[in-house]
Design a protein around this ligand. Structure first.
Ligand code: SF4
Ligand code: SF4
Length: 161
Protein backbone atom coordinates (compact mmCIF):
# COMPACT_ATOMS: atom_id res chain seq x y z
CA UNK A 1 0.00 0.00 0.00
CA UNK A 2 1.43 3.36 -1.04
CA UNK A 3 1.69 6.14 1.56
CA UNK A 4 -1.22 8.57 1.11
CA UNK A 5 0.95 11.29 -0.39
CA UNK A 6 2.05 8.90 -3.17
CA UNK A 7 -1.37 7.45 -4.00
CA UNK A 8 -2.19 8.42 -7.61
CA UNK A 9 -5.75 9.49 -6.80
CA UNK A 10 -4.52 11.78 -3.97
CA UNK A 11 -1.91 13.33 -6.25
CA UNK A 12 -4.51 13.82 -8.98
CA UNK A 13 -6.97 15.42 -6.52
CA UNK A 14 -4.27 17.80 -5.30
CA UNK A 15 -3.52 18.74 -8.90
CA UNK A 16 -7.18 19.33 -9.78
CA UNK A 17 -7.69 21.42 -6.66
CA UNK A 18 -4.69 23.65 -7.41
CA UNK A 19 -4.57 23.50 -11.20
CA UNK A 20 -5.88 27.03 -11.78
CA UNK A 21 -3.53 28.52 -9.19
CA UNK A 22 -0.56 26.67 -10.75
CA UNK A 23 -1.54 27.95 -14.20
CA UNK A 24 -1.97 31.51 -12.97
CA UNK A 25 1.39 31.46 -11.21
CA UNK A 26 3.18 29.94 -14.22
CA UNK A 27 1.60 32.46 -16.61
CA UNK A 28 3.29 35.27 -14.64
CA UNK A 29 6.23 33.29 -13.29
CA UNK A 30 8.69 35.69 -11.64
CA UNK A 31 11.75 34.43 -13.51
CA UNK A 32 14.24 36.99 -12.20
CA UNK A 33 13.22 36.44 -8.58
CA UNK A 34 12.31 32.75 -8.86
CA UNK A 35 15.19 31.16 -10.78
CA UNK A 36 17.92 31.96 -8.20
CA UNK A 37 15.76 30.35 -5.48
CA UNK A 38 15.24 27.06 -7.30
CA UNK A 39 18.39 25.21 -6.21
CA UNK A 40 17.93 25.90 -2.49
CA UNK A 41 14.21 25.15 -2.45
CA UNK A 42 14.73 21.99 -4.52
CA UNK A 43 17.14 20.63 -1.89
CA UNK A 44 14.49 21.12 0.81
CA UNK A 45 11.80 19.47 -1.32
CA UNK A 46 13.93 16.47 -2.34
CA UNK A 47 14.94 15.92 1.30
CA UNK A 48 11.36 15.23 2.37
CA UNK A 49 10.49 12.79 -0.41
CA UNK A 50 11.14 9.13 -1.12
CA UNK A 51 10.80 8.32 -4.81
CA UNK A 52 11.02 4.59 -4.07
CA UNK A 53 7.61 4.97 -2.40
CA UNK A 54 6.14 6.44 -5.58
CA UNK A 55 7.70 5.67 -9.01
CA UNK A 56 4.74 7.29 -10.78
CA UNK A 57 7.07 8.76 -13.43
CA UNK A 58 8.74 5.41 -14.25
CA UNK A 59 5.37 3.63 -14.27
CA UNK A 60 3.57 6.00 -16.61
CA UNK A 61 5.97 8.07 -18.70
CA UNK A 62 9.07 7.41 -20.71
CA UNK A 63 12.26 9.44 -20.72
CA UNK A 64 13.89 10.24 -24.02
CA UNK A 65 16.88 8.05 -24.78
CA UNK A 66 19.25 10.50 -26.48
CA UNK A 67 22.44 9.43 -28.31
CA UNK A 68 24.74 9.68 -25.23
CA UNK A 69 22.14 7.75 -23.17
CA UNK A 70 21.98 4.98 -25.78
CA UNK A 71 25.77 4.72 -25.88
CA UNK A 72 26.17 4.63 -22.09
CA UNK A 73 23.28 2.26 -21.37
CA UNK A 74 24.03 -0.23 -24.16
CA UNK A 75 27.65 -0.43 -22.98
CA UNK A 76 26.46 -1.02 -19.40
CA UNK A 77 24.09 -3.77 -20.54
CA UNK A 78 26.75 -5.34 -22.78
CA UNK A 79 24.67 -5.04 -25.91
CA UNK A 80 24.81 -3.14 -29.18
CA UNK A 81 22.85 0.12 -29.41
CA UNK A 82 20.71 -1.45 -32.13
CA UNK A 83 19.85 -4.35 -29.81
CA UNK A 84 18.83 -1.92 -27.06
CA UNK A 85 16.66 -0.02 -29.56
CA UNK A 86 15.06 -3.19 -30.96
CA UNK A 87 14.39 -4.74 -27.57
CA UNK A 88 13.04 -1.80 -25.61
CA UNK A 89 12.56 1.35 -27.65
CA UNK A 90 10.44 3.02 -30.29
CA UNK A 91 10.45 6.48 -31.89
CA UNK A 92 8.00 9.08 -30.65
CA UNK A 93 6.34 11.84 -32.70
CA UNK A 94 9.45 14.03 -32.32
CA UNK A 95 11.74 11.25 -33.54
CA UNK A 96 13.22 10.60 -30.10
CA UNK A 97 13.71 7.08 -28.78
CA UNK A 98 11.35 6.30 -25.89
CA UNK A 99 10.30 3.13 -24.03
CA UNK A 100 7.99 0.77 -25.90
CA UNK A 101 6.22 -0.19 -22.72
CA UNK A 102 4.91 1.39 -19.54
CA UNK A 103 6.01 0.85 -16.81
CA UNK A 104 9.60 1.28 -17.96
CA UNK A 105 11.29 -2.07 -18.64
CA UNK A 106 14.11 -1.12 -16.24
CA UNK A 107 11.79 -0.55 -13.26
CA UNK A 108 11.85 -3.36 -10.70
CA UNK A 109 8.94 -4.50 -8.51
CA UNK A 110 10.65 -2.72 -5.57
CA UNK A 111 10.59 0.53 -7.61
CA UNK A 112 14.36 0.41 -8.09
CA UNK A 113 15.88 1.22 -11.48
CA UNK A 114 18.12 -1.59 -12.78
CA UNK A 115 20.26 0.91 -14.72
CA UNK A 116 20.15 3.65 -12.07
CA UNK A 117 23.80 4.73 -12.33
CA UNK A 118 23.53 4.94 -16.12
CA UNK A 119 19.89 6.05 -16.45
CA UNK A 120 18.91 8.56 -19.15
CA UNK A 121 19.62 12.22 -18.54
CA UNK A 122 15.87 12.91 -18.48
CA UNK A 123 15.53 10.54 -15.50
CA UNK A 124 18.44 12.21 -13.69
CA UNK A 125 16.88 15.65 -14.16
CA UNK A 126 13.21 14.81 -13.57
CA UNK A 127 11.10 16.67 -12.37
CA UNK A 128 13.45 19.57 -13.25
CA UNK A 129 12.62 21.52 -10.08
CA UNK A 130 16.13 22.94 -9.76
CA UNK A 131 16.26 24.10 -13.39
CA UNK A 132 14.89 27.21 -15.06
CA UNK A 133 12.78 24.96 -17.31
CA UNK A 134 10.54 24.41 -14.28
CA UNK A 135 9.33 27.99 -14.61
CA UNK A 136 9.95 28.48 -18.32
CA UNK A 137 8.46 25.34 -19.91
CA UNK A 138 4.96 25.87 -18.59
CA UNK A 139 3.18 23.07 -20.48
CA UNK A 140 5.77 20.50 -19.43
CA UNK A 141 5.66 21.66 -15.81
CA UNK A 142 1.85 21.51 -15.76
CA UNK A 143 1.94 17.96 -17.10
CA UNK A 144 4.48 16.98 -14.43
CA UNK A 145 2.40 18.69 -11.74
CA UNK A 146 -0.48 16.36 -12.63
CA UNK A 147 1.31 13.28 -11.28
CA UNK A 148 4.47 14.23 -9.35
CA UNK A 149 4.20 15.27 -5.67
CA UNK A 150 7.75 16.67 -5.72
CA UNK A 151 6.78 19.06 -8.53
CA UNK A 152 3.61 19.97 -6.61
CA UNK A 153 5.55 20.73 -3.40
CA UNK A 154 8.05 22.85 -5.28
CA UNK A 155 5.38 24.84 -7.08
CA UNK A 156 3.49 25.47 -3.85
CA UNK A 157 6.68 26.61 -2.09
CA UNK A 158 7.36 29.08 -4.92
CA UNK A 159 3.77 30.31 -4.76
CA UNK A 160 4.08 31.00 -1.02
CA UNK A 161 6.94 33.46 -1.56
S1 SF4 B 1 10.08 12.12 -9.31
FE1 SF4 B 1 7.94 12.54 -8.71
S2 SF4 B 1 6.67 11.06 -9.87
FE2 SF4 B 1 8.80 10.35 -9.93
S3 SF4 B 1 8.99 8.91 -8.23
FE3 SF4 B 1 9.68 10.91 -7.46
S4 SF4 B 1 7.84 11.82 -6.55
FE4 SF4 B 1 7.13 10.14 -7.88
S1 SF4 C 1 15.37 4.20 -16.82
FE1 SF4 C 1 15.15 3.88 -14.62
S2 SF4 C 1 14.75 5.92 -13.76
FE2 SF4 C 1 14.35 6.03 -15.97
S3 SF4 C 1 12.15 5.62 -16.26
FE3 SF4 C 1 13.23 3.65 -16.44
S4 SF4 C 1 13.19 2.78 -14.36
FE4 SF4 C 1 12.73 4.98 -14.17
Amino acid sequence: MLKPEYQPEKIRDRFLKNQQAYKKFLARAPLKKGIPKLAGLAQEVYARHDCLSCAACCKNYSPRFKAPDLKRISKYLGMKETELQDLYLKRDEDGDYVMKTAPCAFLGPDHRCSIYEKRPSDCQRFPYIDEDVFLKRKELTLKNLSFCPIAQDMMEKLMER
